[in-house]
Design a protein around this ligand. Structure first.
Ligand code: ZN
Length: 117
């Protein structure tokens, strides 16, 4: 009697441990997938490592995202591009880009009535 109760209790604990482990596995897999890693690597790390595994995955993932993200942003000279665009305006007559402060178009000679525009 006591033996059966004990084994069912330990079975319950095992199910609980495995259940929580699987939950951590799904969580780890989700984190891994978000940062470009294999889902099952995250699953196994979460399953075996639990909360520590999740923490490690999160740190690794954050590090990967930090390393990967700034590269395309740094590659495009966005700020310089905007600054250049602000200093230019389109000529109404020929459609070419001229300096916004210019009083006449250097391509077609059209006179701009308002240099500020
Ligand atoms: Zn022009």
């Amino acid at each position: 009697m006591a033996d059966t109760a004990g084994s069912s209790l330990s079975l319950f604990i095992w199910v609980l441990i495995i259940g929580v482990g699987v939950l951590y596995g799904f969580w780890g897999g989700h984190i891994a997938r978000n940062c470009g890693l294999d889902y099952w690597i995250g699953f196994i790390v979460g399953l075996l490592g639990g909360l520590i595994g999740i923490l490690v995955l999160w740190l690794v993932g954050r590090d990967r995202i930090k390393k990967n993200k700034p590269v395309p942003e740094r590659g495009q000279p966005e700020a310089g591009h905007i600054r250049q665009r602000q200093a230019l305006k389109v000529c109404d007559r020929c459609g070419k880009l001229v300096e916004s402060g210019a009083t006449f178009c250097q391509y077609c000679g059209a006179v701009f009535t308002s240099a500020a525009s």
